[in-house]
Ligand binder design. Structure first.
Ligand code: NIG
Ligand code: FE
Length: 420
């Protein structure tokens, strides 16, 4: 059982909620509730209570539980752990050769067209055993835990045949069982069309529907279903067929949409009540209008936009239209080989012109919503899971995304246990 931890003298306790919300929309994104000079009490793996140090100093608050470990956080900030709602962190090998090709001028689509890209990762994954895939992925999981992530969504999609998709999903399940962070799995059989189906695209979609979805769903290996609905990958019609097949098994959609073109992915995502539509670099008034009033979380992935040199999505217009926005890392070997959510916050500020408060909401409560866990994660609220991190000493919370290359995380606590 987790011990009890009392963190005292916190310079500022970030993202506190007395009445927890599921997500934060529009103008509200520019505010984050904080308590200066605060304490936070973690009990049995959950957030028990929090308040101002004056209460302790005045003798109005004392702690009677046995074996309380006290951490003095003078000069430091405490944040709820990041929720990274979009990753492909389970993969074999790496693709730095394509990085060099990209530097020389090839586009993502050109590399994919030559059998590189996702198909390259699928080949490597096919040749890698389940144990080795778990070992390689564990290194990256440990890395993101150190970088402050307390919940991660992980997609399949480098298998592209039933056996290898199952191998990936089993590795995701092992990660869920072996690490202290919260894990959600997403089945992404429709990530790319394998070489042997190149001229029989429809048959691959049939295989996803008739062979993969039933076995993945009946083994309870996935929480969500995703389709790469974009130019050169899967069409809106493919997506509709796949999502309908998934819904029969109760699989809620999350869509890769509008990264490479105005793909119709946002529309199909909203039509099938997707939890999130992700990427959205190619979005205009039409896409924004459709998202307004829906329950779908627009999720932006500025790491892959930076890496691939894509245009930036119209975030300011989205927020002005009253939409919520989440940010995630897209950690994958081809378009975003990093899961550093602090860097993602900085990119949100620098590239997308989001305010520090907006990016905090986007990487905590809104990204928790985008992976279906905002009732238990994504803010400092009584009864939520005790996933938090303590920063090094900093002058202000704006310093955190501002100092974009500095490691400012000192202590990581997951489920009420100190990890480092
Ligand atoms: O989200 N867009 C599709 N999938 C990934 C890239 C995967 C890869 O290139 O390996 C993405 O960017
Ligand atoms: Fe992705």
């Amino acid at each position: 059982m987790a011990g009890n931890i009392l963190i005292t003298n916190i310079k500022s306790l970030m993202q506190t909620e007395d009445n927890p919300r599921l997500k934060v929309c529009g103008k509200e994104m520019a505010s984050v509730k904080t308590i200066d000079d605060a304490w936070l009490f973690l009990e049995n793996g959950l957030i028990s209570d929090f308040g101002s140090m004056d209460e302790i100093r005045n003798g109005n608050r004392s702690f009677t539980s046995t074996s309380i470990k006290e951490i003095d956080a003078t000069g430091s900030f405490v944040f709820p752990s990041f929720c990274d709602s979009h990753t492909h962190i389970v993969y074999a090998g790496s693709r730095e050769n394509e990085f060099a090709d990209k530097i020389k001028g090839l586009t993502y689509e050109e590399i994919a067209g030559r059998g590189g890209g996702i198909l390259n990762s699928a080949k490597l994954l096919h040749e890698t055993s389940e144990d080795e895939l778990f070992r390689q992925s564990s290194v990256r999981i440990n890395e993101i835990i150190q970088q402050g992530t307390g919940a991660v969504e992980i997609k399949s999609g480098y298998g592209l045949n039933t056996e290898d998709e199952l191998k990936m999903l089993k590795v995701i399940r092992r990660i869920k069982e072996s690490f202290p962070l919260e894990v959600k799995a997403t089945f992404l059989g429709a990530h790319a069309v394998p070489e042997e189906y190149k001229h029989r695209h429809e048959s691959y979609v049939d295989k996803v529907i008739n062979e993969m979805i039933p076995v993945v769903a009946s083994n309870e290996l996935t929480d969500y279903i995703d389709v790469f609905c974009d130019k050169g990958f899967f069409t809106v019609e493919d997506a509709e067929r796949i999502l309908m097949a998934g819904l029969k098994y109760g699989l809620i959609p999350k869509i890769h949409a509008n990264e490479l073109d105005y793909s119709g992915g946002v529309q199909v995502g909203v039509k099938y009540n997707a939890l999130s539509v992700d990427h959205l670099e190619r979005s205009g008034d039409e896409e924004i209008k459709i998202l307004v009033g829906s329950d779908t979380m627009p999720t932006l992935l500025p790491g892959s936009a930076l890496f691939l040199g894509l245009p930036d999505p119209p975030v300011r217009r989205m927020i002005e239209a009253g939409l919520p926005v989440a940010l995630a890392s897209d950690y994958n070997p081809g378009s975003s080989p990093s899961g550093n959510m602090k860097l993602i916050m900085s990119l949100g500020c620098i590239r997308l012109k989001m305010l520090p408060e907006e990016v905090i909401n986007a990487v905590t409560i809104n990204s928790a919503y985008a992976m279906g866990i905002s009732e238990s994660h994504g803010s400092i609220a009584r009864g939520k899971v005790a996933n938090v991190f303590i920063t090094k000493q900093m002058p202000s919370f704006t310093f955190f995304p501002y100092a974009f290359g500095s490691d400012l995380i000192k202590t990581v606590i997951l489920n009420g246990r100190i990890i480092n």
